[in-house]
Design a binder for this molecule. Structure first.
Ligand code: ADP
Ligand code: MG
Length: 648
């Protein structure tokens, strides 16, 4: 095939074009990242070659000296990064540089604001990768040959809308990226500057990064290749020799993140099993953390320092899926596959050990760096919570890491720990009270909190969708049980005095007749009608059975299209409320029914529930208002039928 025949010009995917323009502008103040990104890609390509070479030695093509080279040419004004890694075939080049395969790319681009600083952060988080070359280069030429293949390809673009691609010859396998620098970027045509950047950002790269020795004196002969970086995998070095900057740099490399991590834990385990783990908590959730199509990104698995696979989901449980890092085992075979990892005792023990370390890391952060912990909780709290359900063995430890808004501190997404709560429990209080609702505002204003407010008892305000599910599994903490304030009979334990208890009983007997009349009026719409001990200001509220679904959960399930068993809520009424006293005095049976319905319906609304027939409710309400304001008997405004307005 001749070159001319197979040279083709192709357009970038629209998203790439857009991203490139944005990146060149917003990332300019961090322009030196291009070197780190290109070296990072070279290192990944070497890792892949080494892994595939385990099965097929011919891929090495008799050149086992894996390395990265960085060169510059002041005359041509180019900087070149090359590797003898796995390389790319023509199809791979088209697929990988020219398109963005990440799900959610469109939404990501839409979220960019035009504010350069903010956008730079977002773009960094998205992953600047290969395209960062265009921040400093007006033209980029990639020549690459996949290991074991005959033909190489040359890809070339000025970062506008198009690129060309053609088949060429290239004796060495791997990839060469040549940057033709833009005007004004001559600072990178300097060996000293390039060496500085490599040591600063890429020292941890496990392969040698080589540059030619600077020419000495008069002779212009190119110097010998010399290694610039340290070249040992960071995790294999003793902790005491690694400084924070190196840990951070390594994180950026493996996590493809632009920001610094929040925390990390580095452990060497020796004895019956030997492995090293270096695990990081990112500072920010990836923009697609909740995207169901997001490919899992997790921890990289190495065996005896050979990269084996990315995203080894088995190394950390799902509820820690935001963790990034490396595990390097000495006990697994080099030919280990994903299938083998599924049920493997070595992996199980590594996972159990990693979970302990990570939970410990979070506990430590919570105790010593509360602000960072609040950042963590805001980003990943809703994921960590899943651990309560998924990991019964560590439930108590995970529960200790939970944070909630409460009636005492309603900061969202929560700063109150269960220990904080227990620390300020009232004398005689033996339960941890919580309420579930759609929002903190709805939770805070729920009538169910009235008695708690009066007595100064703290209530946790749970507003995350997963909370109902989590609380179904979290029944106890530190020996104390949880109680949903809108479920079951309210028993404030010893927080209630003997006098209060006696008064309660008296009211129950006195109100028996009223309760029966209301029950008759409401029929099947409610379970029991009883006297409340929860309300001080509201006339009525709804209560679920202890074992029943809260009305909030019923709503969530219905919205999710799930069948929800019909539940009759219990109606609790406040006999001291003027509306209830008025109802008690009502002689007309018809009007009594109407008031009773209204009492029930407003209790549904106060819970954040929906009425099945809001129109009837409104007519009923208007009728009563008109009657009260002395505007006749309100015949015209009356509800068409007496039995409308069933509850949600
Ligand atoms: P990322 O590294 O996060 O995947 P990049 O934009 O840096 O994203 O690179 C895109 C893809 O291009 C890589 O995933 C890889 O498949 C391919 N690639 C880039 N550089 C090289 C290289 N030097 N050798 C082989 N493949 C490469
Ligand atoms: Mg990359």
């Amino acid at each position: 095939m001749s070159d001319a025949q197979n040279k083709e010009t192709r357009g970038f995917q629209a998203e790439v074009k857009q991203l490139l323009q944005l990146m060149i502008h917003s990332m300019y103040s961090n322009k030196e990242v291009f070197l780190r990104e290109l070296i990072s890609n070279a290192s990944d390509a070497l890792d892949t070659l080494r892994f595939q070479g385990l099965k097929d030695e011919s891929l090495y093509e008799n050149d086992p000296d894996l390395a990265i080279r960085v060169e510059y040419d002041p005359e041509a004004r180019t900087v070149t990064v090359s590797d003898n890694g796995i390389g790319m075939s023509r199809e791979e080049v088209i697929e990988r540089i020219g398109t963005i395969a990440k799900s959610g790319t469109k939404a990501f681009l839409e979220s960019l604001s035009g504010d350069e600083k903010k956008d730079a952060r977002l773009i960094g988080q998205f992953g600047v990768g290969f395209y960062s070359a265009f921040i400093v280069a007006e033209r980029v030429v990639v020549t690459t040959r996949r290991a074991g293949e005959r033909d190489a390809v040359r890809w070339e673009s000025d970062g506008g809308g198009e690129y060309t691609i053609e088949t060429v010859g290239k004796p060495e396998r791997g990839t060469e990226v040549v940057l033709h620098l833009r005007e004004g970027e001559d600072e990178f045509l300097d060996g000293h500057r390039l060496r500085g950047l490599i040591r600063q950002y890429s020292d941890h790269i496990a392969f040698p990064i080589r540059m030619r020795a600077e020419p000495s004196g008069e002779d212009d002969e190119p110097g010998d290749w010399e290694q610039v970086n340290r070249g040992a995998p960071l995790w294999a070095r003793p902790k005491s020799e690694i400084d924070d900057e190196e840990y951070k740099g390594f994180y950026k490399h493996i996590a493809h993140d632009f920001e610094e991590p929040l925390a990390w834990t580095h452990n060497k385990v020796e004895g019956s099993q030997e492995y090293t783990s270096l695990l990081y908590i990112p500072r920010r959730a990836p923009f697609d953390l909740w995207d169901p199509q997001r490919r899992p990104q997790g921890v990289k698995l190495y065996v005896q320092r050979v990269f084996i696979l990315d995203d080894a989901e088995q190394l950390v449980p799902r509820y820690l899926r935001f963790v990034r890092g490396v595990v390097d085992s000495n006990d697994l075979p080099l030919n280990v596959s994903r299938e083998i990892l599924q049920s493997n005792r070595v992996i199980d023990r590594i996972r159990a050990g990693s979970v302990k370390k990570l939970l410990g890391l979070l506990q430590d952060m919570a105790a010593k760096r509360p602000e960072d912990y609040a950042t963590f909780w805001g980003e990943f709290g809703a994921v960590l919570k899943e651990g309560i359900v998924e990991d019964p063995e560590n439930r108590e430890a995970i529960a200790g890491l939970l944070r909630f808004p409460s009636t005492h501190d309603d900061t969202v997404p929560g700063t109150v720990s269960l220990a904080d709560y227990i620390g300020r429990m009232q004398e005689g209080q033996d339960k941890l009270y919580y309420i579930t609702a759609d929002s903190v505002a709805a939770a805070k204003n729920s009538p169910h909190l009235e008695v708690f407010r009066k007595k100064g008892i703290e209530v946790l305000l749970l507003t995350d969708r997963v909370d109902e599910w989590v609380m179904a599994h979290l029944t106890e903490y530190d020996g104390k049980s949880f109680q949903h304030v809108a479920k079951g009979a309210l028993d404030l334990g010893e927080a209630e005095s003997e006098d209060e208890k006696a008064a309660k009983e008296k009211r129950e007997t006195e109100s028996r007749e009223l309760l029966e009349r209301i029950k008759t009026a409401l029929g099947e719409r409610v379970g029991e009608v009883r006297i409340t001990h929860r309300l001080t200001d509201s006339p009525a509220c709804l209560v679920a059975d202890e074992a029943g679904l809260s009305s909030h959960l019923q709503r969530i399930l219905k919205e999710a299209g799930q069948a929800v068993p019909e539940m009759q809520p219990h109606l609790e009424i406040n006999p001291d409320h003027p509306l209830v006293t008025r109802l008690d005095a009502e002689k007309s049976g018809e009007r009594f029914d109407e008031w009773a319905q209204l009492l029930f319906e407003q209790a549904v609304l106060a819970e954040g529930g929906e009425l099945e027939d809001p129109a009837t409710f409104v007519r009923r309400m208007n009728h009563i208002l008109l009657t009260l304001s002395g505007n006749g008997d309100g015949e015209d405004a009356r509800a068409g039928s007496g039995d409308g307005g069933a509850a949600a």
